[in-house]
Write a protein that binds this ligand. Structure first.
Ligand code: 13P
Ligand code: SF4
Length: 298
């Protein structure tokens, strides 16, 4: 029996649901019940009544699913799939920033650890960051850990004073995109869509700035796109829109998003590993910030 058949059989036997992020390798996307951006996956994790959730992504995403489902088993097929951007922020940094700006609200990007989320007023993703920040009463807003997303919010919500924490937090994959990529795309033709984790100057020179879910929704608007985000987003877009052309940077690879193989997914289902376990107090504090975001919506 091959891995795909075994995964289907085990999934049925365990009544499990497989959630996968848009950056997962093609074989994993093919096996998932839901493929989406981090907001869509958090909503799917909250909505499911499956007793076992297998999260194919990086750890902060699986942790979010667990926080929203403390009574269910949430598994991630490999232990060390993490997000180097999330690692750039610590609870100590948040406490120091709160001391320095006592009237500021704290909005944390979903790409943050559960320990950090416990100190946030509300969570956001790139799909709803503008809506989340606009909904707040405070004029000063601490946003972390992505300084490029913070700059994007500042541009869209000029009435707020956004304090990026840390000042230069960034994702190494999206930081790769430069003005040379913009120039090459303009010569090639087609529209340019970039993720808000790209540098502010790249955001300004693009035709659209969107989360990976926003990219899926915008794709019908044109026939050819230059997509400035992780490479396997291209697989997602080509699967949904086979008649369209999507240019990706083949070296824009998030190493941690590539760690899960079909064999790992099969083993995760069979041996129910690796279970996400978090301290109850951290889950409780983080849950209210995540649920507040889900209520605000997209
Ligand atoms: P999305 O929420 O747009 O899927 O982004 C998640 C992410 O990790 C981008 O690098
Ligand atoms: Fe983290 Fe960047 Fe990978 Fe997204 S692409 S999971 S932000 S390292």
């Amino acid at each position: 029996m091959n891995y795909r058949e075994e995964i289907r059989r085990l999934k049925e036997r365990k009544s499990a649901i497989i959630l996968a992020h848009n950056y997962q390798p093609p074989g994993i996307q093919d096996m998932a019940d839901v493929v989406g951006d981090s907001l869509e996956l958090a909503i799917a994790a909250k909505a499911t009544d499956a007793p076992v959730i297998i999260f194919c992504g990086v750890d902060f995403m699986a942790e979010t699913a667990k926080i929203l489902n403390p009574g269910r088993k949430v598994l991630i097929p490999v232990k060390d799939a993490t997000c180097p951007l999330a690692a750039q922020l610590t609870p100590e940094m948040i406490l120091a920033a709160r001391n320095e700006h006592p009237s500021a609200a704290v909005v944390l990007y979903i790409n943050s650890t559960a320990r950090c989320k416990a100190y946030a007023d509300v969570i956001c993703t790139s799909a709803n960051a503008v809506k989340v920040v606009s909904s707040l009463d405070s004029r000063e807003v601490i946003v972390g850990p992505d300084a490029n997303l913070a700059a994007y919010i500042q541009d869209k919500v000029p009435g707020k004073y956004i304090i990026p924490l840390p000042a230069h937090g960034h994702c190494y994959v999206h930081q790769m995109f430069t003005e040379d990529d913009i120039r090459e795309a303009r010569i090639r033709g087609g529209r340019i869509i970039c993720h808000p984790e790209c540098r502010p100057e790249i955001q300004k020179m693009s035709d659209l700035v969107a989360s990976t879910g926003g990219m899926v929704r915008s794709a019908p608007e044109a026939g050819t796109w230059n997509v400035f985000t992780e490479r396997d987003m291209g697989y997602r877009l080509r699967t949904l829109y086979p008649g369209k052309t999507f240019y990706m940077r083949e070296d824009a690879v998030c190493e941690d998003m590539k760690k899960i193989s079909l064999e790992d997914l099969r083993d995760s289902l069979e041996y129910e590993r690796f279970e996400i376990i978090l301290p109850a107090d951290i889950m409780e504090k983080a849950r209210s910030a995540i649920e507040r975001m889900i209520e605000i919506g997209r």
